[in-house]
Write a new protein. Structure first.
Length: 489
């Protein structure tokens, strides 16, 4: 679902840059926009509350609501949400993420940072006497509160029953084949009617723990009567597909592409995309964003690195994408000791540049037909580069056919690419350059379609990426970033 309030606020911000704020008409416009923001938020919440069930689209590539409307998985890694935040803090965080257009919050019930022995914000541990058959009601009431708060905001919880360090040999067999089914049934029953996506795994290799995860998955399915989708979060550089693609419980695949500034994910996504039977795929943990003034030398990942992974993955065939920053996943705040060179509390990192920029990407994709979109590198005739300069193309239509109504090409840096514009229907094209940094556009106008055509971004800077948008002019699609009515699937 498109976050209407986000789109309205984005439009309002641009309008206010053009119209004097001291005019009477501007004051009326402000009141109208504020009212629409509240209405948009209400519509998002009502839509989720009406029926929060999700399913895989009919083509096996995307997630959709039960009525077939496209669901865009824009996730945030808030691994320690249940463990470290009190309810007021959780409200602050979730309300921010809902405003920013996120749809899924990835959080862990048995958290990584000593989640079994260090109590939550209210002094409660998950189990009585470390016994998985004795869940502590006080602990799970706090989880309940956060799950329901998220649902009221139109958010889904991507719930990890346990981080991987507590499963099998990785966790002294705290979670094992004997107790995993009952723990899964407990969680499944408790959250059967809540907006949940189950995420098994948790950053540990699964080769020796696969039977335990399968037992847990079957317990969850028994508990929630199969109401929720399920995936698996692999260890760094890993794919859920390696162990579980053919499992009866895995609805969509997830990779973790890694946190180095030179990591790429387009080839990993395409590998999963090409598997049969088709299952949706995504990058569930790419490079985390650091604040511009707090960038460590070892991992200089900023907004550009966030955009690179997001556009590469989505244009390579991913159904959604996950964002992250180190302060937020661990919910760091003094006097705790931070991990990974983090210095700013989580509250100060909720509005980093990459957050809004993923919102622009979401808006771009929903401004063209979404569920018919495919990756298509064969649209590049010449000029394709590799590694961090890789240009990724996506379009709608069918593989190998010249039947697209639009084509998008992501340029991570300045380069010259010749495209097979014959891929697009119609005799006349309409073009735009979409700016991933602020969501603005530069029109190219309309022009007669040749079979091939060379393109280069409008600026030449290592820090300035661009998206080329080419449309069949006869379709009269709106300016990129303006939503259209989507078909169901």
């Amino acid at each position: 679902m498109i976050n209407l309030s986000f789109l309205i606020r984005n439009c309002f911000t641009k309008i206010t840059q053009l119209i004097p704020a001291n005019s009477f008409s501007m004051r009326k416009l402000i009141l109208l926009c504020v009212s629409l923001c509240f209405l948009g938020g209400a519509l998002n919440s009502v839509g989720a509350a009406k029926d929060s069930r999700l399913k895989v689209s009919s083509n096996g590539r995307y997630l959709v609501y039960s009525d077939g409307r496209p669901f865009f998985y824009l996730g945030d890694t808030a691994w320690e949400l249940f463990h470290r935040l009190n309810r007021g803090e959780a409200d602050l965080y979730l309300e921010n993420r809902a405003r920013k257009g996120f749809t899924v919050i990835q959080a862990v019930v048995l958290a990584e940072l000593d989640g079994l022995k260090t109590p939550n914000a209210y002094g409660a541990l998950p189990f009585v006497n470390m016994d998985t058959s004795k869940p502590n009601e006080a602990y799970f009431k706090h989880v309940d509160y956060i799950v329901k708060k998220a649902g009221s905001l139109g958010l889904y919880i991507g719930m990890l029953p346990s981080w991987g360090d507590k499963v099998g040999m990785h966790g002294n067999y705290f979670i094992n084949e004997q107790n995993a089914p009952a723990y899964g049934r407990f969680l499944g029953r408790r959250y059967a009617d809540q907006p949940i996506i189950w995420i098994l795994g948790g950053d540990r290799p699964s080769e020796v723990t696969a039977p335990i995860w399968t037992a847990l998955a079957h317990g969850l399915k028994a508990g929630d009567r199969g109401r929720h989708l399920m995936t698996f979060h692999p260890s760094g550089g890993g794919h859920s597909a390696v162990m579980f693609h053919y499992s009866d419980w895995l609805d969509f695949n997830m990779i973790q592409s890694g946190h180095t500034p030179t990591s790429v994910n387009y080839s990993h996504i395409l590998s999963d995309y090409n598997l049969q039977p088709a299952k949706p795929c995504m990058d569930g943990e790419p490079a985390y964003e650091y604040p511009p003034d707090d960038m460590p030398a070892t991992r200089p990942n900023g907004a550009l690195q966030v955009r690179l992974r997001a556009y590469w993955a989505l244009f390579a065939g991913a159904h959604g994408h996950t964002y992250g920053t180190h302060s937020i996943w661990q919910m760091y705040a003094p006097p705790r000791q931070p991990l990974w060179d983090v210095h700013q509390p989580w509250q100060e990192t909720m509005d980093l540049p990459g957050v809004d920029q993923l919102g622009y990407l979401k808006a771009l994709l929903f401004s063209r037909p979404f569920l018919s979109r495919i990756p298509d590198q064969t649209s590049i005739y010449s000029g394709l580069q590799s590694k961090l300069a890789y240009v990724q193309v996506t379009r709608d239509g069918s593989v190998g056919r010249n039947d697209a109504t639009y084509l998008l090409a992501y340029f991570p840096h300045y380069s010259r690419i010749t495209l097979k514009t014959e891929r697009i229907l119609g005799k006349t094209l309409r073009g735009w350059w979409f700016n991933p940094r602020d969501g603005s556009v530069r029109p190219l106008g309309e022009f007669e379609k040749p079979s091939r055509m060379e393109f280069a971004p409008p600026t030449n800077s290592e820090a300035e990426d661009w998206v080329l948008v080419l449309d069949d002019a006869a379709k009269n699609y709106p300016q990129p970033g303006t939503p259209i009515k989507q078909k169901t699937g």
